[in-house]
Design a protein around this ligand. Sequence first.
Ligand code: ZN
Length: 143
Amino acid sequence: MTDPNDNVAYECKFCRKPGVITLEGEFSNRIKKLLSLACCNRCGDFFVAKRNMEDRIKEIALSLYTARLTKTAQLQDIVGLAREKLNKLTHAYAELVCRYWRITTVWEPDFIEQIFDHPRMSLQICGQYFKMAGQLVKQKQTS
Ligand SMILES: [Zn+2]
């Protein structure tokens, strides 16, 4: 190998921000072929944090779904606890997403109500929120 340190330009697949990655070692050529999948640190950190939060929301939503299905004696307690936890988590999720899009945090009680109405759809509901916030950014840019 002639050049052990190989600096390669890439574009973040999410935000299109240009970046440079230093490739070294025997896998350099293989990694070069994957550059179209590369993302910047900001997007990388965001999507990991977003995914973790979505997993926690999903866990609570599914416990709610199961409790309703089995008509457990603790249903009232579980519903109360789920509402409390989802209140905190959806607020944190909204903050995370809006910080990523660089807009003022938007949160509505409907976020929780939708999860309560469709607990098995919690990931899709989070996904819709993420898209909606992204559309707000586009509206801001065009207005
Ligand atoms: Zn990015």
